[in-house]
Design a protein around this ligand. Structure first.
Ligand code: AMP
Length: 249
């Protein structure tokens, strides 16, 4: 079976985010970008399926500007077989991404699409669910274990009360949670090999998708600065502050 894995290029999780002075968004110029961490987990899971012999091909898909090819090369170095780059400088909302994933899935016919549970830049947590709905496929979100059966998958989901295990029919969309696995680092020989793996280029129009945004961002602002702490001299002073200033007792 084929496994399709969307990989998004986002600001690296170690970078301290700076809001643009005009409040229109966050600064992305000269900022380190990386693969969305949940997508690394999805690639790892798909590559493990291939190593176990239950998947034949892992296809990574990235949508966005030219630099998304770097993200795709990382996926290829981790073990994906080929890449698809939907090249566009447009702002992509989850619905547009889901529509493009649907078009690609109809062409490629994967049995599973492993989507990150959320992108760490927009925190939308929508793309996987929308893709499953548009395709009319089963979905299992927030997966921490995926066991493949005959035309089915048993997925353990991380939910508020603990863990829930569901059986779903394939084809399906599964969204990966943090505990699904620990992604590997790409080795130097694999980074070299990845340079030769194919990346197909397409654009939203060729997939028949209109990417016009439906949401208008009114303002982006930084969270309020935290007040500095104070050291107290005694337990009495602490209790007095908790009672009179913090009013928590
Ligand atoms: P979101 O719904 O925006 O939180 O994104 C959830 C997941 O959708 C990400 O972890 C990716 O797997 C996928 N995704 C979203 N945007 C893109 C994109 N531009 N290119 C590739 N995958 C994407």
């Amino acid at each position: 079976m084929k496994v399709l894995v969307p990989v998004k290029r986002v600001i690296d999780y170690n970078v301290k985010i700076r809001v643009k002075p005009d409040g229109s968004g966050v600064e992305t110029q000269n900022v380190k970008m990386s693969m969305n961490p949940f997508d690394e987990i999805s690639i790892e899971e798909a590559v493990r399926m291939k190593e176990k012999g239950v998947a034949e091909e892992v296809i990574a898909v990235s949508m966005g500007p030219q630099q998304c090819q770097e993200t795709l090369r990382t996926a290829l170095a981790m073990g994906a077989d080929r890449g698809i780059h939907v090249k566009t400088d447009d702002v992509l909302e989850p619905l547009a991404v889901a529509k493009m994933l649907k078009a690609i899935a109809e062409k490629e016919q994967p049995q599973m699409i492993i989507v990150g549970k959320q992108a760490i830049d927009d925190d939308c947590n929508q793309t996987g669910q929308m893709t499953a709905a548009l395709l009319g496929w089963s979905q299992a979100t927030f997966a921490s274990v995926i066991e493949l059966g005959e035309g089915t998958a048993k997925v353990t989901r991380e939910i508020d009360g603990g863990l829930e295990t569901v059986d779903i029919k394939l084809p399906a969309v599964v969204t990966s949670d943090l505990r699904l696995n620990e992604p590997r680092y790409a080795s130097l020989p694999n980074i070299m090999k990845a340079k030769k793996k194919p990346i197909e280029e397409m654009d939203p129009a060729s997939l028949g998708v209109d990417t016009t945004p439906r949401v208008k961002t009114l303002k982006v602002s930084e969270p309020p600065k935290r007040q500095g702490g104070v050291k107290v001299e005694s337990v009495q002073e602490l209790v007095s502050k908790l009672v009179n200033e913090a009013k928590v007792i």
